[in-house]
Design a protein around this ligand. Structure first.
Ligand code: NAD
Length: 357
């Protein structure tokens, strides 16, 4: 018999090609006028277009991955000096992350316009990096009030970034399938998101300007982000945070390279979830291999070595992962032990297709 609890209060979502034009109206709908516009270098053309309609009280163009603490502090000062009552962030998880870091301190509302498949816009989870360590936490104040998804904004996302970012989204959903606290609704979202992305990403990578494929991928990412919001992430996300915070590895690419190996090492401990994961990927079984095959087909990184992670750092990284898992109280599905975590890191460093377990 199923027993679960589920809280379903996400942001208002406006989705579709051309939805970007509705951002000023959505800001007005919130009744908020003093906008701090946050967008990095690649998203500048979109932010410029928005600036003429929104007349922002301030702008931040310095967006850095993994939200360094000093960047966040500068963002808080910018919000305060602009007297901002709304943060509008245009970009990937890094832009959303900076908005969240500001909202965490100031309580300012967020309107997010995601341009990657990261999914941060749907969660109350913030992340900050200081002294080589990434800290994450949950705070309802950082959950955006409105999310505007416009697939036209994702057309410029290079094929390689799209592939890695899509695998990042799939990683959220994969871990939601074996999370102890994920309600059936969350698992359904996860399966749906994986299925949509697994079908759409090859077309996105082959033809980055294919708007129907981009639309499907963004919808899949939305489903995976919703799954992320409804579940506590497991060993895979813990390792990715350690590798990003302590070794500066790129977020989405690390997810892509690690996921097949994290799933391979967890498979035997969550058989029902793994059957669902395989089915969502269109495979009869062996979800770890299916994930590796999809990653390779998309041309996304398949090894941590490719990303600059060094063999000699495996042992220290395993220690950091075990400490981070203990700090979070990470329970399962496989009890975290240093030996298999180190093996997993070694396999992901090498990046070969997972073997039969
Ligand atoms: P990112 O935001 O750093 O974007 C990757 C690169 O793509 C950047 O150079 C960016 O400028 C560029 N880019 C983004 N959109 C583009 C577009 N449409 N066209 C051209 N270039 C574009 O990377 P990401 O993977 O989206 O986000 C990673 C960050 O998000 C990490 O810090 C991660 O921890 C965080 N994150 C947080 C959560 C959460 O729930 N808190 C969830 C997922 C990710």
């Amino acid at each position: 018999m199923e027993v679960f609890d589920h809280e379903g209060h996400g942001p208002r979502v406006v989705f579709g090609a051309g939805a970007f034009a509705q951002v000023p109206a959505e800001a007005g709908r919130l009744g908020l006028r003093r906008v701090l516009l946050i967008a990095g270098r690649h998203e500048k053309p979109h932010a410029d277009a928005l600036a003429s309609a929104l007349a922002p009280a301030g702008r931040i163009e310095d967006v850095i991955g993994h939200v360094p603490a000093d960047t966040a502090a500068a963002g808080v000062r910018a919000a305060e000096s602009a007297g901002a009552d709304l943060l509008v962030c245009v970009g990937g998880g890094s832009a959303t992350g900076l908005a969240k870091a500001i909202a965490k301190e100031t309580g300012t509302a967020i309107l997010a316009v995601p341009t990657t498949y990261a999914g941060s816009e749907l969660t109350p989870v913030w992340g900050l990096t200081a002294d080589g360590r990434k800290t994450t936490g949950s705070d309802p104040r950082v959950l955006p009030r409105v999310v505007v998804y416009d697939p036209e904004l994702t057309v410029s996302l290079p094929a390689g970034v799209s592939a890695a970012s899509g695998m990042n989204a799939i990683a959220h959903a994969a871990e939601a399938l074996y999370a102890a606290d994920a309600a059936p609704e969350t698992k359904s979202r996860a399966e749906e998101g994986i299925g949509i992305l697994a079908a759409a990403l090859p077309a996105v990578v082959a033809r980055p300007g294919d708007l129907p494929a981009r639309t499907a991928a963004l919808r899949g990412a939305w489903r995976c982000g919703a799954a992320l919001a409804g579940a506590t992430m497991g060993i895979h996300h813990t390792i990715c945070h350690v590798l990003g915070g302590a070794y500066g590895l790129p977020h989405a690419e690390t997810h892509a390279a690690l996921l097949p190996h994290a799933v391979a090492r967890t498979e035997a401990f969550a058989p029902a979830a793994m059957s669902r994961l395989a089915a969502a990927l269109g495979a009869a079984r062996d979800p770890a291999k299916a994930l590796w095959d999809l990653t390779a087909r998309l041309g996304a990184p398949t090894s941590l070595a490719q990303l600059g992670f060094r063999h000699e750092d495996v042992d220290d990284a395993a220690d950091l992962v075990v400490a981070a898992a203990a700090k979070k109280g990470l329970a399962g599905p496989r009890p975290v032990e240093r030996e298999w975590v180190a093996d997993l890191l070694l396999e992901a460093w090498d990046g070969a297709r997972p073997r039969d377990s």
